[in-house]
Write a protein of this length. Sequence first.
Lengths: 376, 381
Amino acid sequence: MASALSSRRLRALFTKEMLQVLRDPSTILIAVFLPIMLVFLFGYGVSLDTSVVRLGLIQQSSGSASRSLAASYANSPYFDVTQSNDKEALFADLTAGRIRGIVTIASDFDRRYAASGKTAQIEIVTDGSNPSTANFVSAYAQGVHAQWLASQSAEGKQTQSGGIQVMPQFWYNTALTSRNFLVPGSFAVILTMIGSLLTALVVAREWERGTMEALIATPVTIPEFIITKMTPYFILGLIAATICTLMAVFIFDVPFRGSILALYILYAAFLMPALGQGLLISAALRNQFVASQVALLTAFLPAFLLSGLIFEISSMPRWIQAITYAVPARYLIPPLQSLFLTGNVWPLLLPNIAILLGFGSLFFVLIFRVTRKSLD
Amino acid sequence: MAAPAFTHWPAWARMKALVIKELLAILRDKKGRITLVAPPILQLVLFSYASTLAVENADIVYLDRDGGAATAELVQRIQGSPNFRSVTRVSSEKAIEKAIDEQDAIAGIYFPQGFSADLKAGHPAPLQIVYDGRRSNASQIVSSYLGQITTSLNMSLNAARQDKGMTTPSEIIATNAFNPNLEYLWFVLPSLIAMISAITTLSVTAQSVARERELGTFDQLMVTPLRVHEILIGKSIPPFLVGLLNSTIFIVAAVFVFDVPLQGSLILLFGAIIFYLLSVIGVGLFISSLSTTQQQAFLGTFIFITPAVLLSGYASPIDNVPYWLERIALANPIRHFIVIVQGVFLKAMPLIEVLANTVPLIIISIFTLSAAAWLFRHRME
């Protein structure tokens, strides 16, 4: 009976696996090209920042108050205003998505505004088919109106000081750039892609072609097999992580405030469950098409959707929140974003690293069982 | 007679035979059948419930150096709002910092000394609120919730102080067309119809050719009397049917399970779906004409679909994208089709607007289908 680990076999196998990975052009494609593409997409393509919204404006009253209010909308940096008196044409634009809201200053605006005891009304219709844009339009339209009211009262209309004056501060991302948290967050998706998707696909091909059986027929032990299969992808994962980190800092100007050592420990801890899941899928399914679909569905999409990257976990229904606890990316994103934006927050880093390593061990036990069963 | 007179069959009969063969290839294998139906439905459920841009269950901490009535009132109003899960009192600035750093709270409020007294006297009362900028999107949403709460408190304080003597000179009445209560699901489900049917159709198309090339049976197909365009049409019909079936299931689910109103015309919608599926199949054939193995086809699909989904207007508004990228995204079929599905579902979009968004789909189909045909012909001969 051979011992569980032999350094001679490990070295030989490792050389074989490394050569195999380096000779396959698609692994280089996944480890280098895809991370670059994804970081670019998240850096440029996905933006939750507020930008300029196109707005229609109907001004039915021509007094000085409504003129100055209309000018306030036209001059607002948040809106690109099209003024028109054709209500139907503007509504057609709203239906087509050419504008996102219509502001109407009614014909009795000036009269009611000047009269005491009466309130003049400004009507806003937003395009509710996209709720986040609709919220943005009404919030900013309110903001423009409030500022306009304040400037009017400064010119001697009603004075109303007093009241609560909220002074918000956004720590660690003062300018509220969504890129600063999306780009580090997207690394979870990229590392899952390399760890789970690539591994599942490549290793399933070996099972499909029967080269895996040939390998298992040699004196190689299962731990040796798992370690040497994993190491090249682990190295590829760290290379991709390095490329991503450099791009984030030097191309997208995301600050980095933590320690590099902590960053790499975190990356390494995350690659354990990611690689484990990929190996497990391929060992259990042994069919490229099915393995790729399963990896997509159980690893890639959850890393994207159920990790807190785009959608807040605490707002999801309870049964989905329960599922998110089984998504490794959920434990990577908060400490990763903190390393970039805050610093070494140990109470966030340590428990999450421990959970990731725990997940990794669980996957390796499962791989061990699935592979051993196949030998019988 | 030894061999059937296959060569003398009319073109439609040859293609019919091919389509039957392709359908059998897709449906014969149990694992394959499951992958056609289960993932799309799982994705539909998962995506539709997980995608929410509202923030609920937010946790807040506050430091009370005031101890007055207004502080108690504001805290009570925040606790009463359904968007907040916990409002916890802490005893030092350090504790606020710690709660935010460790993400135990998304915001911290400092009530300064004299806050209630200032308010009562009608003086400005500053209130500092700090947010976790790492989650800048959620923070902004929470900040707007807190803004609404303080505004309404201000208004009731003003009303109490001035004995209803003064009214605001003007106010905004906001309504939301097409989706009055801003139901997020109404936005998500139409987008999902577009995305999921594209993903399934594309992977079926790309994989079916690649699999035959990897196994070598594609060469056998090429030596039959079938012409290249006949093979391509035969290869397109099964994924087309799969896509059509998927999108029909999703439309039915959207209307009957998720209660999304279907305001517009189904005929217009299905008319657009035909060209949408054709454009996606064109991309799939194009990818498979370039790949010789299943792995390459999978990677090609992945490289196309990820940017196509991210730049579709679903994850974030397409208006936020830089101009050069927005121009490139014009070649993205998902982006055009999402406008149509949302328009037909929620806005009863008229024929002319549906057409305006279908024309790009037709152009994309013509371009990708003929590019794929050209590539197949030239790589084969």
